[in-house]
Design a binder for this molecule. Structure first.
Ligand code: NDP
Length: 332
């Protein structure tokens, strides 16, 4: 069957770090050859995540160059190595998470590949896969959210943000969100946020949080980083938690941990990848997410589906704060 697989493919390749213009579309990229323990997937849609911009700019160093970015895709298995332990066969519809999804074909270790259950739509699965598992790991493990907690969520109308609002509401938490426009604030409110603060208009958003909860919030989920990290420490209550997990405005700078003694604050820098290292962990969070989707408890918002060759535009829109929800790439 390998004979029906072409030798070259469409891909977006990054040759050097930089702005969106370094995303080079090509149709001449060699198709990877899967190892015995891998499967080759023909990708249908690729997911866009903010992390793709960190690899593009060099904020996160790449293991090797040139680089194919993108962390997740849905597609069809077109070749399965003989020693794959997960019963993956040609023709299986799958979702996977690993680097290298801005491409028509990807070779992926079988233990990172998950079959899409019948009844779930590709767009809903990919629209919530990496992002939804991020939210679930943050609310179950990084800080375990309890019914009745008050939680501050920055960038609440983003891809991760809209999923987080819904999952926190489902747990029974009060959600205070931040976003930069009225439209985004309205959108987050429609997805389960209880209060929204426009942190572009109200630059003193900490005061706005304290008007709602004078003692401070139980936990802050902060993916904005540079422009919010200090305010997040102010907005949390005594003995509360601040979970940093992103750099949309730039990374959190080195800080003096003695500032945490003011309120016995717990801080953490979390990443999904360290919660889904083993197959068991990956299946745990995948099944939790699929359960939400099957129960109709998550509305997946696709901001836009871009053609693979328009990846530059997708990055411009994401970094320009023009998007709300998930961005997908149509690959084949
Ligand atoms: P989003 O859709 O949330 O886009 C980022 C949002 O951040 C923007 O829409 C914008 O919302 C806000 N923002 C605030 N300041 C800036 C700025 N200076 N420049 C650009 N955007 C800014 O992206 P994702 O849903 O893909 O990711 C959200 C965050 O979560 C990212 O930081 C990402 O790295 C992180 N993440 C971390 C993971 C992990 O494992 N640690 C996994 C997945 C995501 P507004 O206009 O309302 O301010």
């Amino acid at each position: 069957k390998m004979s029906s697989i072409p030798s070259t493919m469409k891909a977006v390749v990054v040759d050097k770090t930089g702005g969106p213009e370094v995303l080079r579309y090509t149709e001449d990229q060699p198709v990877p050859k899967p190892q015995d323990s891998e499967v080759l997937v023909k990708n249908k849609y690729g997911g866009i995540n903010y992390i793709d911009t960190y690899f593009r700019t060099g904020l996160y160093p790449a293991a090797s160059w040139p680089l194919i970015i993108g962390q997740e895709a849905v597609g069809t298995v077109v070749a399965a190595g003989s020693s794959n332990k997960y019963d993956l066969k040609e023709g299986d519809e799958v979702v996977w998470m690993k680097q290298g999804s801005y491409a028509e074909y990807t070779a992926i270790p079988a233990e990172r590949v998950i079959k899409i259950p019948t009844g779930l739509k590709d767009e809903d699965v990919l629209g919530s896969y990496l992002m939804g598992m991020t939210v679930l790991s943050l609310v179950k493990e990084a800080y375990e959210v309890k019914k009745g907690d008050t939680i501050l969520v920055h960038a609440a109308a983003g891809g991760v943000g809209l999923l987080m609002c819904q999952i926190l509401k489902d747990i029974g938490a009060t959600v205070i969100g931040t976003a930069s426009t009225k439209e985004k604030c309205d959108r987050a409110l429609e997805h389960g946020a209880t209060h929204m603060i426009n942190y572009k208009d109200k630059t003193d958003w900490v005061t706005e949080v304290k008007k709602i909860v004078p003692e401070g919030v139980d936990c802050v989920y902060d993916s904005v980083g540079k422009t919010t990290w200090e305010g997040s420490l102010e907005a949390v209550k005594r003995k509360g938690s601040v979970i940093y997990f992103g750099n949309a405005s730039g990374p959190v700078p080195p800080m003096n941990i003695s500032v945490l003694a003011k309120k016995n604050t717990k801080i953490m820098r979390a990443t999904l990848m360290q919660y889904v290292v083993t197959r068991e962990e990956l299946e745990h969070y995948t099944n939790l997410l699929f359960g939400y989707l099957k129960d109709g408890k998550l509305k997946v918002n696709i901001h836009n589906i871009y053609d693979l060759k328009d990846a530059q535009q997708a990055h411009k829109d994401l970094e320009g704060r023009l998007t709300s929800g998930k961005l997908l790439l149509k690959i084949s």
